[in-house]
Design a protein around this ligand. Structure first.
Ligand code: PLP
Length: 344
């Protein structure tokens, strides 16, 4: 069959700016943000800091640059960073923490990829002349490789208490913290209060073309500004991009509930296919495990692509599908029907 339109479920990064967002971009008041006079960037940084309950926030071109800036600000070079074994900072940032922050990562495999206080305590090394010094804990909420699972507020509270006792700062990779908040009903600031620095992306579920934010104390963000400068991440008339962020906060945050409903629908339709299993989605990521016989992930992804449905391979027999602003219920139903045809 020939596809009338593409259903792109590879990631929530594929969203394109809506006409209204493009108007906000076109009308943005701008200045040179490196010189400190882009009013739209300043408004966005204030809005994000307030929403996250932090003193200050800083606009970045990407989530990776914001994460890596946080690691450089909080971790001691030569030290060790405790992180869940499938965490983004460890697995998908091209070795940046080793290369730029000079730290080694300590992967901790957690049940369902959800870190616990007990696991942090067990991984933190007692001080000793021979051992590497534990210097930072990185958390991820929602957990991407974990299928968009929400790290519960209680678990984060317990981790915070343990880290306080051990003298360890926490960086929260909250690329999809918006999804965690909408799914759990817990405001972003309640999660953010349990970390020293928080990264949130604008370019995923919120539907902006470009941009992520790092938030923390004013003093930490001063140091982050300097590191962003060193990485070449200072941008000039960045109000063009920040305008999209302000628009998204107002119009695209609450609607993430629709993406979550579409993810649940996709999961329930996919699970009807013989031998297919799904990880019950809590947010907008659906992990689809294929039967041991029949098409593997590569073959299934290409069979889907032939029908105009794009997904990611997430293992030899696992597909990842992510719902977002540009996929509606019809698109999800079409994707599930295409998957069923691949297994006919
Ligand atoms: C996408 C993502 C990032 C990185 O964001 P980029 O903007 O692509 O650099 C960081 N952490 C998590 C959990 C992500 O999903």
């Amino acid at each position: 069959m020939t596809a009338s339109r593409i259903v792109d479920l590879r990631s929530d990064t594929v969203t394109r700016p809506t006409p209204a967002m493009r108007r906000a971009i076109a009308e943005a008041e701008v200045g040179d943000d490196v010189l400190g006079d882009d009013p739209t960037v300043q408004r966005l940084e204030r809005a994000i800091a307030d929403r996250l309950g932090k003193e200050a926030a800083l606009f970045f071109p990407s989530g990776i640059m914001a994460n890596q800036t946080a690691v450089q600000v909080l971790a001691e070079p030569g030290g060790e960073v405790v992180i869940e074994a499938e965490g983004h900072i460890l697995n998908y940032e091209a070795g940046a923490a080793a290369r730029w922050a000079g730290v080694q990562m300590r992967p901790v495999a957690a049940p369902d990829n959800l870190m616990t206080a007990e696991l942090v305590r067990a991984a933190a090394r007692p001080p000793g002349r021979y051992s590497v010094k534990t210097t930072l804990v990185c958390l991820e909420n929602t957990h991407n490789a974990g299928g968009g699972r929400v790290l519960a507020l209680d678990a984060m509270r317990a981790i915070r208490a343990t880290c306080a006792e051990l003298g360890l700062p926490i960086h929260l990779d909250g690329a999809r913290l918006w999804n965690a908040s909408v799914a759990s009903g817990v405001p972003e600031r309640d999660y953010a209060a349990l970390a020293d620095t928080v990264m949130v992306t604008l370019s995923k579920g919120l539907g902006c073309p470009i941009g992520s934010m790092l938030a923390g104390t004013a003093e930490t963000m001063d140091r982050a500004w300097h590191i962003r400068r060193r990485l070449g991440g200072g941008m000039r008339q960045a109000g063009i991009l920040a305008a999209a962020g302000l628009h998204a906060l107002e119009h695209h945050r609450d609607r993430l509930a629709d993406d979550h409903a579409n993810a649940r629908l996709l999961a329930s339709l996919a699970a009807r296919i013989d031998g297919v299993r799904v990880v019950e989605p809590q947010t907008n990521i659906v992990m689809i495990d294929l039967p041991a016989t029949g098409p593997d992930a590569a073959a299934a992804a290409s069979g889907l692509a032939d029908q105009g449905v794009l997904v990611s391979e997430f293992g030899p027999r696992r597909l990842r599908a992510v719902t977002h602003l540009d996929v509606d219920e019809d698109g999800v139903r079409a994707a599930a029907a295409a998957l069923a045809r691949v297994f006919e």
